[in-house]
Design a protein around this ligand. Structure first.
Ligand code: PQ2
Ligand code: NAD
Length: 197
C-alpha cells in the first residue's frame, strides 16, 4: 500500500533550496528544470560539478552559492532537497528544515523524506507523476518511459479543445459536469477512444 498523496507544485512561485552540487544534485536539478524551467532554486554546495554549472548557466532563476551548508540558507525557503554525499550533513539539513516546518527531501534516505521526486510524463498540459513509494526508482523510470510511448502526442489538443468547449458552456455546475462527461464518454471505452490501442 502506498500512502503518499500526490500534488502538483508551482515551484516557480516557491523557493527551493538544493544542497549538494554533485551527481545527484545535478540529477535533481535537471528533472526539476525539465518540468519547471522557471523553478526558483538556490543551490548551495562546497563544489559544483561541470554538469551542474552547465545546467545553471544562463538560468536567471537558479542562484549558486559556493559554500558548505549552513542553516541560514533555509531562510525564506519553502522546500529543501538535501543531496550531499555526507549523511550527517543531510541529517542536519533534515532536522533544521523540520524545526522550521519546511518540506524536505533527503535524496539518499527515503525515511527522512517528506516527499519524493517522481518520474514525470509531460504532454502539453497533461502531466503524470509516478512513485513506487521510494522502493524502486528504476521502476518509476521505466514506467515513465512506457507512458511516454503510449500516451498520444495529441492528448494536449484534446485537452485544449475540451477547455474551449468548457468555456462556452453556460448552464449551472451540474449542467456543465453532465455535458463534459457526455462529450468525453468515449475516452474510457477502448473501442471508441483509440487511446489504448
Ligand atoms: C524517479 C526519480 C526522479 C528523480 O530523481 O527526480 C527518482 N530516482 C530516479 C532514478 C534513480 N535513482 C536511483 C537509481 C539507481 C537504481 C536504484 O538504486 O534503484 C535510479 C535509476 C536510474 O538512474 O536509472 C538511485 C537511488 N534513488 C534513491 C536512492 C536512495 C534509497 O533508495 O535509499 C537511491 C540509491 C542510491 C545508492 O544506492 O547510493 C531515492 C529516491 N529516488 C527517487 C526518485 C525517490 C523515490 C521515487 C519513487 O517513489 O519511486 C527517492 C526515494 C528520493 C528522491 O530522490 O526523491 C528518478 C527517475 C526519473 C526518470 O528517469 O524518470
Ligand atoms: N536519490 C537518488 O536518486 C540517489 C542516486 C544515487 C545516489 N544517491 C545518494 O546521494 C548522495 C550524493 O551522491 P553524489 O553521487 O551526488 O555525490 P557527489 O560526490 O557527486 O556530490 C556530493 C556533493 O555534495 C557537496 N557537499 C558535501 N558536503 C557538503 C556540505 N557540508 N555542504 C555543502 N555541500 C556539500 C560536494 O561538494 C558535492 O558537490 C550519496 O549519499 C548517494 O548514495 C541518491
Amino acid at each position: 500500500m502506498n500512502h503518499l498523496y500526490p500534488i502538483f507544485l508551482k515551484v516557480h512561485q516557491l523557493n527551493t533550496l538544493l544542497v549538494g552540487g554533485g551527481f545527484v544534485g545535478t540529477e535533481k536539478l535537471a528533472f526539476l528544470l525539465k518540468s519547471s524551467p522557471k523553478a526558483q532554486v538556490t543551490a548551495v554546495s562546497r563544489e559544483f560539478n561541470e554538469d551542474f554549472l552547465a545546467l545553471a548557466k544562463d538560468n536567471p532563476y537558479v542562484t549558486l552559492i559556493q559554500d558548505v551548508y549552513h542553516e541560514k540558507y533555509l531562510g525564506g525557503k519553502h522546500i529543501v532537497i538535501a543531496a550531499t554525499d555526507d549523511k550527517a550533513v543531510n541529517r542536519r539539513i533534515h532536522d533544521d528544515a523540520k524545526e522550521r516546518f519546511l518540506l524536505v527531501n533527503v535524496a539518499d534516505t527515503p525515511d527522512l523524506c517528506d516527499f519524493y521526486l517522481g518520474g514525470i510524463v509531460s504532454k502539453g498540459n497533461v502531466k503524470i507523476a509516478i512513485s513506487t513509494n521510494g522502493k524502486s526508482p528504476t521502476t518509476a523510470k521505466r514506467l515513465r518511459q512506457l507512458l511516454e510511448e503510449v500516451i498520444p502526442e495529441d492528448i494536449n489538443e484534446l485537452v485544449e479543445n475540451i477547455n474551449e468547449y468548457r468555456k462556452t458552456l453556460k448552464g449551472d455546475f451540474e449542467y456543465k459536469v453532465e455535458a463534459l462527461n457526455k462529450l468525453t464518454e468515449g475516452l474510457v471505452s477502448k473501442e471508441k477512444s483509440g487511446l489504448l490501442e
